[in-house]
Design a protein around this ligand. Sequence first.
Ligand code: HEM
Length: 427
Amino acid sequence: MPATTRTLDSIRVDWPAPDNVPADRKVDLGWAIGFTPNDEVDPYAQCGWLSGPEIPRILYSPAQPGATAGSALSSSGRGSWVVTHYEDIDRVYTDNDHFSTKGTAEFQAVIGETFRSIPLAVDPPEHTKYRLFLMPHFSPSRMNKMDADIRAVVVEMIEAVAAKGEVDIAWDFGRVFPVRIFMGLMGFPPPMFEQFLDWEWDILHSHSREKMSDALRGVLAFLRGFIAEKEANPDEHLVSAIVHGKIAGQPLTEEEKIGIVWFLWLGGLDTVAATISQMFRRMVMEPAIQTQLRSHPELIQTAVEEFLRTQPILSSARLVTRDFAWHGVTVKAGDTVQCLNPSGNFDPARFADPHTFDPTRKGNRHFTFVGGVHLCLGAPLARRELRILLDEWFRRIPAFRAKPGADTAVFPGLLSIRNLPIEWDVA
Ligand code: HEM
């Protein structure tokens, strides 16, 4: 159904749901989570109306009868409560009494692994010690130290294509640049690049249990071997710092080491890549943004924040810890609540003129990195990479456009856009 014709009535369903779900809250939101491509300038626009004042403050998206696990909003395929308004999403991310991250991003359970994804799947107060342990490696002062290295990689990559007048900005640039930085930060061997991306794809996007299991076995064997190698031969990179680090005077357990290194591997690989591809797609489809940033480079920092707000590649779920009443329903312990970030980031009660891309926007506190204690640890790195990329790009590359015939359809989420050939006139 075209995005423009969706209404609350058009998405109502009478699919089976638990007893605590009133019939008038049941809607199909499977389309809203980024598995369906579209070719709109703002590919997330189709979710914006869900934060309007006429929409109930809590909805329920049941699993479609007969659908495979993973097709419903909750990762378990069981169906989930969904909140779409800014204020309610904010509560889910910050109310650690009622909402837990237990089990989040624990794909490793598929092959029977029992270690936790640290720090994401750990609730406070225990979460704090891991966060404090990792924070110095992602602090603003650490990012200042990485600035020159990030800039060197980006400049080298831009200069390699400037005179050619074209590049596949998604495949050959967006996919490569942040992963090179991340691998350098962690100390991973550069030849693992393609293998890492293949594993990541199979785990997150293959929808095949067999491929996912093979990839999980492959990456975890590699990471455990790498941890053992760094235990024996420390270097100046992050994996070494983790495996030789101490929390409250104690060395980390094997479960903690693999839990942290695994989750950083998972979170650090393709998130920035997807963001870069969508950022360039937006500038191709709305060239006025290029013109504005080229003539006002001082806006690049706030423009990065606006790209992030308008491109919420992930929506996060939380597990309900105890029964409670909320917006006229009883939410039960064990239920999941999904926060629809592509809706909250466009809530008209929070953002003036939410569908306009405004690089001068003030107080741009969006949910692309979620909120509360699990606010993305890599956010300072991601922001720095995006800022440096735009800085150096506009210095070297003139107005660019999609190559004739390029397919600009995009999945509004982490799947994003695999290929986006762009071109510019070479002087
Ligand atoms: C634009 C790029 C990125 C986006 C959009 C993004 C998004 C997110 C989101 C939505 C979460 C919270 C998930 C949840 O609460 O369920 C998160 C957490 C996290 N991210 Fe990122 N991320 C990005 C880049 C990175 C990078 C580059 C790294 C590491 C190098 C990273 C490491 C982490 C970690 C460790 C957490 C868990 C934080 C905690 O639980 O305390 N992220 N990220």
